[in-house]
Write a protein that binds this ligand. Structure first.
Ligand code: UDX
Length: 441
């Protein structure tokens, strides 16, 4: 099928390449000329495992192309909209400027019977508001939220847990060629639906809410375990053992119970804030008032990590060499948007420490935003002469491949703060390190 994808960021670029990889003919459209130039050469503009390969393949096959020209959308049957919805400057609500601009730019190129499939994460009510503009062109708007995780984006797009389509109330009505909008989307995603992926067809509001409530639930799970970490810290309990134990209950599950410096990234923080803001607009602020607490617990963990480093170094950070292992908001990503790792590094720097930071993928992005920190590519070079080491992104390079003995051969001090509870505490202690976890004795 011919498809267009408007917006070629994390979501759109992966979606475009993934749709080409399952056999569709796809044009990706973005206003950013540099991004389009890179993608057209088959270069991934960000680090995402597997993306490079499917981009190169798609372009070589002739099924995938990128352009800044919106008129290239004409002729596609389905137009995916995957532009960003960042947090508004000066507020918690989502900024919908790019979504509105994408729809307005697309409408003149729509043909009757086309489908516009919104993928961006939007406040509930957005699709209802945009639908008349799309139907004025004889096309149908559906909302088809995206649940991809960075680092697993290709896999999550080709083989998602579930597919959700919010369709207009009148979508029994077939399009020009006799299929409903849901039928057309079913055809787009037939390889994964064929493998048994649930395809849930619902109304606009439910589809929009599925996405934000999924992220609110995940954020709540992480902050729940971090709240338990706070209690563990004053009682001497070990939050990792606690998480293992409660995680054995299938109703709870162990995933997303990793206590540490908390969640960041381009989605969870802004999505829970936008959800609160939207709920307030709807007069139901109290229904999700707990999300403010989720946010607060999350942010307190960064303070806690900084305190742990400071206390371990005798209360003063001034002129102390601190090596920060990690800058990305999570491993397998070069994304530093709202990264707790980078935030901790910046705070330590602000308190007078000499901060050296390393990361396998995110240094370039981090340096652009925080040029004041000392960036070192090589992990071992970064560890040299450190008075204390803090792990803030659980890359395998730190979690598995760095032995405490090897680290000790490089550093000056023997203090390690495990901001992700990802190290083997006993092994580090046995090698002579003073180990501090988050919510662990
Ligand atoms: C998230 C959702 O998982 C995804 O479904 C949605 O489409 C977009 O938002 P992502 O931002 O890629 O995906 O990251 P995710 O894997 O959810 O991790 C978010 C943050 O939570 C990271 O900073 C991670 O380090 C942190 N985290 C995750 C924890 O602190 N503890 C955990 O147990 C799990």
């Amino acid at each position: 099928m011919r498809l267009s994808v408007i917006g070629c960021g994390y979501l759109g670029a992966v979606h475009a390449a993934a749709m080409a990889s399952i056999g569709h003919e796809v044009v990706g459209i973005d206003v950013d000329e540099r991004k389009v130039a890179a993608l057209s050469k088959g270069e991934a503009p960000f680090f995402e495992p597997g993306l490079q390969e499917i981009l190169t393949e798609g372009i070589a096959s002739g099924r995938l192309s990128f352009t800044t020209d919106m008129s290239a959308a004409a002729g596609a049957k389905v137009h995916f909209v995957g532009v960003g919805t960042p947090q508004q400057a000066g507020g918690y609500a989502a900024d919908l400027t790019y979504v509105d601009a994408a729809i307005d730019g697309l409408v003149p190129h729509l043909a009757p019977g086309d489908i516009v499939a919104g993928k961006s994460t939007v406040p509930v009510g957005t699709a209802e508001r945009l639908a008349p503009r799309v139907s004025a062109a004889g096309a149908t708007l559906v909302w088809n939220p995206e649940f991809l995780r960075e680092g697993w984006a290709v896999q999550d797009t080709v083989d998602p847990d579930r597919l959700v389509a919010g369709v207009p109330s009148e979508d029994g009505a077939p399009t020009a060629d006799g299929a409903t909008a849901a039928d057309v989307l079913r055809e787009v995603y037939h390889p994964s639906i064929g493998k048994g992926t649930p395809f849930i067809v619902t109304d606009y509001a439910t589809a929009e809410l599925v996405k934000v409530s999924a992220n609110a639930f995940l954020a709540t799970k992480i902050s729940f375990i971090n709240a338990m970490a706070e209690i563990a810290e004053v009682t001497g309990a070990d939050v990792t053992t606690l998480a293992d134990a409660i995680g054995h209950d299938a109703r709870i599950g162990r995933r997303f119970l990793g206590a540490g410096i908390g969640f960041g990234g381009g989605c969870l923080p802004k999505d829970i804030r936008a959800f609160s803001a939207r709920a307030e607009e709807l007069g139901r602020g109290e229904s999700v008032a707990f999300l403010r607490e989720i946010d607060a617990i999350n942010l307190r963990r960064r303070d806690r990590a900084v305190d742990l480093v400071s206390t371990a170094l005798g209360g003063a950070l001034f002129k102390k060499n601190i090596t920060v292992l990690g800058a990305a908001f999570k491993p397998h990503s070069d994304d530093i948007r709202d990264s707790p790792a980078l935030d901790v590094a910046v705070r330590l720097h602000g308190l007078g420490a000499w901060v050296t930071i390393t990361d396998p993928a995110a240094i370039e992005n981090a340096r652009r935003i925080h040029p004041q920190l000392n960036y070192v590519e090589d992990r071992d070079e970064a560890l040299r002469e450190a008075d204390a080491v803090i792990v803030v992104t659980e890359w395998d390079e730190y979690r598995r491949q760095l032995t405490p003995e090897h680290a000790a051969s490089l550093t000056r001090g023997r203090i390690v703060i495990d901001g992700r509870n990802c190290l083997d505490a006993a092994a580090w202690r046995a090698a002579g390190w003073t180990y501090h976890g988050m919510g662990r004795p």
